[in-house]
Structure formats: C-alpha cells, structure tokens
Design a protein around this ligand. Sequence first.
Ligand code: PMP
Ligand code: GLN
Length: 379
Amino acid sequence: LETKLPKVGTTIFSVMSQLALEHKAVNLGQGFPDFEPPEALREALARAMAEGKNQYAPGIGTAPLREQIALKTGRLYGRELDPAAEVTVTSGATEALFAAIAATVRAGEEVIVFDPAYDSYEPAIELQGARAVHIPLTLPDFAIDWQCVRDAVTPRTRMILVNSPHNPSGAVLSAADLDELAAVVRGTDIVVLSDEVYEHIVYDGAPHQSVLRHPELAARSIVVSSFGKTYHCTGWKVGYAVAPAALSAEFRKVHQYLTFCTFHPAQAAFAEFLASAPEHYLELPAFYQAKRDRFRALLAPSRLKLLDVPGGYFQLVDYSAISDKDDLAFSEWLVKEGGVAAIPLAPFYETPPGARLLRLCFAKSDATMEAAAERLCRL
Ligand code: PMP
Ligand code: GLN
C-alpha cells in the first residue's frame, strides 16, 4: 500500500509515554495533568450517566453547553455568539482542528504554520492534498516574524494557523500580533484557524489575546478550544469550535461525518459545571502560575537553563551545559538513564534549528515535580 502520509510515524507523545512506562521514568513528556478534575464535575458526569444521557447527543452539541460556551466567550472576549449557529462541540480540539482544515482547505492550496507546530496540523493539511508552508518562530522567545509571513502569502494561501498560548514554547500572541495578522489577511479570502486550547492558562496578569477580541479577525476565524486543558480531563476528549455562521456551516458538514456527535454525558457535565462554577477558569492562571513558579524554583540548582513561560503548562529547558547530543538523542538518553521523560522539539519542525531544548510538562502534583527535579538536578 502506498502511504498517504510518508513523513508520519507514531507520535512523539505516544513514544515517550511508552518509554516512560518501560523505564519507570517520571513522565513530564506528554501534556496531561496527574491530578483529578474538580469533584463536582466528576459527580456531574456520573449523574448524567445515571440519569440516562447515554444516547447520541445533538450533532452540533447540546444546547445548554453551546449556550454556556457562548456566555463565556461574550464575557471574556466581548464577542456575542449565536450558540445555534456559531458554536460546535467536538470530540477534543484534535477533531475540531481536523474538521476545520478538511472543511476549508482544497488540494493544491497552502496553509501557513509556525514551527515548532503542534504535530496534528500538518497531516490534516496533507490529507487534503494541500501543503503546509512552515515559518520558523524566532528564538529565544518564539515570536512571529511578520515580514516572513507577508513574504510567504501567495494566491494559493487558504489558511493561516496560529496557536496561542503556544505548544511547546508557551509564547503568547500580543494585541499587536493580532493587528499584524489582520493586516496580512485583509482583502484576501484567507481563513484563520486559531488553536487556543490553553486560553485560560496565561500568566503574570496578562489577558489572553483571543482572535475573538478582534472583530475583523473573528469574522474570518475558526477558534478551537479544549475542555481537557481547562478542567484537567484530557481523557474525556471534549472541545469546541467557534466560527461565524457560514464558516460553522461548512465546519459542521465535516464534523457530522467525522464523529457526528461528542460524548453526551460529558456535555451535560460541562454545561452544569460551567453554569455553577464559572470561577474555575478564572482561577486557573493562578493555579498554574503557582505550579510554574514551584517547578522553576525546584530546577534552579540544576544545570538546565529555564526559558520564560508566558502561558501554557510547559517549561522549555536548554540542556546545552549538560550534553551536546541533539534533542531526540538526549530525550532518549534522559528517559532511559536519567529517569525523566521529556519531549524533544525536533518532531515539531520541518527544519529543526538544532537548539538544545526539551519540553517539560508542569501540570503535575508537587510530589511528581519534586521527584523529577531531584533527578534533573543530578544531571
Ligand atoms: N492543540 C494543542 C496546541 C494541544 O496542545 C493539544 C493537546 N495537548 C490539542 C490541540 C489537542 O487537544 P484535545 O486533547 O482536546 O484534542
Ligand atoms: N497535546 C498533548 C501534548 O502536547 C498531547 C496530546 C497527544 O498525545 N496527542 O503533550
């Protein structure tokens, strides 16, 4: 069989989680919390199942959940959404990203992505017969070089895919970046796909610059988020996509044949929890900022150099004082010999820059962070 995805193997997240298990390493690789979702949310899920919400949900998502998403979006970003036409619940952000690309990008077209780019973007683009045009973010702060973006736009450009807070770097877009993006797409029919799964994890008092705050961008954007990140339940796989009615209609054509609908009990639970505990996502920046600062303090005596973390729940570390191995080789050594699983950055690049950087997830309990730090400080 001739493969449709010649460059794709098993994702680095699966590879590293498996190696962590085999070598009994502390797993700071794949991004997931090692603590539980809020108790009230878990109880709501159990109740939804007990009360019989066990058959297909409406394809676009339950009305109460879409209403809560619209309420939250209006409150936070000042954009009033029509929950019937502009909000679609999906089986995780991964499904939403795939459906957004499949619904809008045609064979022969181009999608601009920024490297390091989350690994699910490019295969979704390639499966449409389209091409990802990779623009490297500039080190050390992983910023967008807007001149490079202007130079990369061609008549074939169908989409620009942005991700803020950014995985793996934690970089966040500024209001000025949104203005630059708006200037690039003005007068074109380029769609913006904005991956905002870490929207509630932005530090040091900074506001999350959602494209939904920017009316000109919101009018041509599909914005994707994930309850897995916000409510510590990555295994439930519930996310959503927000887009203007015409774009949402195209998005829903794909969604209805990709999954049709999303796990019904979880939708009931999220609708209830969002209505009864809206403060949860408002408290999330402080919750994760305490973890970030604790993790950084634990690593301070190590020979790792810690990069700044404006958002998300990953710490990038420069290990060049410890080893001159490349990041793939060093992360393999680290999980086998050093007892800590981390994620190398090379898999997220078309052309890796050769930086000696690893990604460590700090969505972890104190005990996990301490166990990892003890090992990392020995290197
Ligand atoms: N986008 C980014 C940037 C992510 O980090 C992740 C998951 N960690 C996803 C999308 C996928 O989210 P989900 O688990 O909801 O599919
Ligand atoms: N998004 C998670 C991460 O960045 C992993 C999700 C996955 O394993 N596909 O670690």
